[in-house]
Unconditional design. Structure first.
Length: 161
């Protein structure tokens, strides 16, 4: 399967996020419909590059990104909602970034952006990427290659906006 491309519609599926009363389902139609969204995804919560650079960059740049007309900044990982909620608290995301859990990688597989790390004991994860989505349609998608952290950073997305 080919990975999602500019001009493609984001697949309709269900993700989860943590609320005050526990994990809750949220549809991708609800996340992306009628909004301009920056979605960034990473291999795992609490992992070195993800915790030291990727998520913190979007937290720090949230105001500047929103000033470019973005309604929602969302972080996605193939983790459960409990892990994503705890990681968001640990990183101080508050309401700056919507922490989305794709626990069974349904959305990630539908995008064609899964990463098989079984040989390292991590199982199926998401590739590191960032995309801009306008009313459900991808207008930019930046997928990292070979473990790099360059094109999916908050600064790269800010420049693309």
């Amino acid at each position: 399967m080919m990975a999602i491309q500019v001009g493609d519609k984001v697949p309709s599926t269900t993700l989860q996020h943590m609320t005050d009363s526990g994990p809750a389902d949220i549809s991708t139609d609800e996340v992306f419909g009628g909004k301009k969204v920056v979605l960034f995804a990473l291999p795992g919560a609490f992992t070195p590059t993800c915790s030291a650079k990727h998520l913190p960059g979007f937290v720090q740049q949230a105001e500047a990104i929103r000033a470019k007309g973005v309604d929602t900044i969302a972080c996605l990982s193939v983790n459960d909602a409990f892990v994503m909620g705890a990681w968001g608290k640990d990183q101080g995301v508050e309401d700056k970034v919507l922490m989305l859990a794709d626990g069974s990688a349904v959305f990630t597989k539908a995008l064609g952006l899964e990463l098989d790390l079984d040989n390292r004991g991590f199982g199926l994860r998401s590739q590191r990427y960032a995309m801009i989505v306008d009313d459900g349609v991808v207008t930019a998608v930046n997928v990292e290659q070979g473990g790099a952290f360059e094109v999916s950073s908050a600064e790269a997305i800010l420049a693309a906006l």
